[in-house]
Structures are given as structure tokens and as C-alpha cells.
Design a protein around this ligand. Sequence first.
Ligand code: MD3
Ligand code: FE
Length: 217
Amino acid sequence: MTADLFESVADASRSQETIAEGAVLLRGFARPIENELIAALRDIAQQAPFRHMVTPGGYAMSVAMTNCGSFGWVTDRAGYRYDGIDPLTGKPWPAMPPSFRALAEQAADRAGYAGFSPDACLVNRYQPGAKMSLHQDKDEQDFAAPIVSVSLGLPAIFLFGGLKRSDKPRRFRLEHGDIVVWGGPTRLFFHGVAPLADGEHAILGRQRINLTFRRAL
Ligand code: MD3
Ligand code: FE
């Protein structure tokens, strides 16, 4: 695992694209360890099952979620927050697998954010039709830390706006293995995901999984 990851990091031919000031797209960066990531995901979902959380407004999200790491992002009628305990199981979230942490830290490093140390990893599962409306991620304490997102499975159209909700979003197709590191001025940009188109991914089938690594506290 680690050897593969170091190979990918050493491979300067892998594409790296700055899509906005502070935001870097690393195409295929997670591919060398896709099998480790997916095996670890199965483990996490066994301990902390995917569930459709409810927004403060009372709607179930179309995206199913779970978490790993010291803290997990949760929403319910009371609001959004990070919590060390999974409200579904009453237990701490599963630990962040070393392969997850190493991948996120190396991607952040590559994007120019040395020393990133995530304490939370939100795991989103999209089935066909699931979407995420435009929003900002502002439940974290420290906006100086970037967010690292890893896409697995079916491709999705990612919507990337600006600091104002009304800023017209740009569209990016994110594919299996792609990583985006969001920091600097883009850390508080509005973003979302268009409804997932149906399809069949060779490993993950009819779904897309997105990991977002964060410094929550
Ligand atoms: C840009 N997830 O979990 S990841 C989320 O694909 C979330 O599941 C989406 O937005 C997904 O909050 C998008 C890419 C992402 C994550 C955080 C960002 C982009 C971002 C924070 C600021 C700017
Ligand atoms: Fe977000």
C-alpha cells in the first residue's frame, strides 16, 4: 500500500491542475490504492452504517453518509455539528484507516498544504439521482486547513461556485480516483453535486463514494 502510494506521489507525470487560486485537481491520484481504500470502506460501513441524515429543515438527504476519524459530521433537526459519537450506534466513529490518512496528507502536501492533519473524514454515498445542493462547508473551526476530497466509483458533475450563492458555478466531471484539494480563498466557496447519472462502475457498481478529509476541531 504505502509503496504504491509513494510511487504515485513520485510520478510527476500524473496531472495536476490548479482550478482556482488555492484549489488543485489531482487526476487519478488515489488509483494506485483503490483496492485498499475500498476494502477499508467496507469495514467502516460495517461499523458505522450509511444513513440518510435529516437536515434541520426536516428533509432526509438523498446522499447517504457515514464518517471515520475522531469526529464525524452529523445533521438532525437540531442542526449541523461535528460529534465524536455516532448517533446511530452510540459508539465512537471507526478510526481513520492509515491508508486514508496517508493519501489525504500526501495529496494536501502535493497541492501545497504541508502539515495537513485531518481529524474527520466524511463519507458520502451517491446512488443514481442523489445530489448535493449548493452549500458552504463552515462547520469546521479552522478555515486555514484545506479540505481534501477523493472521488470513487461512478463519475459526477461537481458544481463549483464562488463566495456568493449567486455566483455562477463552473462544472467539473470528477472520476474514480480523482482528488481535489480545496484551500485558500476557495475554502468557503459554494459547491455542490448534480444528480448522479446511472451507470455501472467496474468495482463499485451503481454508486459514487466521496471522501472528504477535514480538520474539524
Ligand atoms: C469546495 N461533498 O461533503 S466534495 C461535502 O462530492 C461535499 O460529496 C461533495 O461537498 C461530494 O460537504 C463535494 C468536494 C468539495 C468539498 C468541500 C469543499 C469541494 C469544496 C469546500 C470548499 C470548496
Ligand atoms: Fe461541501
